[in-house]
Design a protein around this ligand. Structure first.
Ligand code: FES
Length: 99
């Protein structure tokens, strides 16, 4: 029997290249996974590590899809708050201005 591929509504791509890790993304993946689990959003949102977006001078970089939101050059505290809001928000209106 074939397994059915399930796809999440939201994907958070977190760069874990050395520049982005140095500027705050180091523990972000685990923190976000904990938030997703705690909020019972495992079916809705998936966090994926990316080796490097090739835009290191803007580190740290996080991309939230399918809304094409890109967060860059922000503090560790801002990263967690903004990404958490994006995960929990049904429409991500609060982040639309970030584009
Ligand atoms: S290390 Fe993150 S964009 Fe290169």
């Amino acid at each position: 029997m074939k397994k059915k591929l399930t796809t999440p509504e939201k994907i958070v791509l977190v760069c874990v290249g050395s520049k982005c890790e140095d500027k705050g993304n180091k523990d972000l993946v685990q923190d976000l996974k904990k938030i997703i689990k705690k909020q019972h959003l495992k079916e809705v949102c998936e966090v994926i590590k990316v080796d490097c977006f090739g835009k290191c001078k803007y580190a740290p970089i996080i991309s939230i899809q399918p809304n094409n939101i890109w967060l860059s050059d922000i503090s560790q505290k801002e990263i967690k708050t903004k990404v958490e809001n994006a995960i929990l928000s049904p429409n991500m209106d609060s982040l639309e201005s970030e584009k």
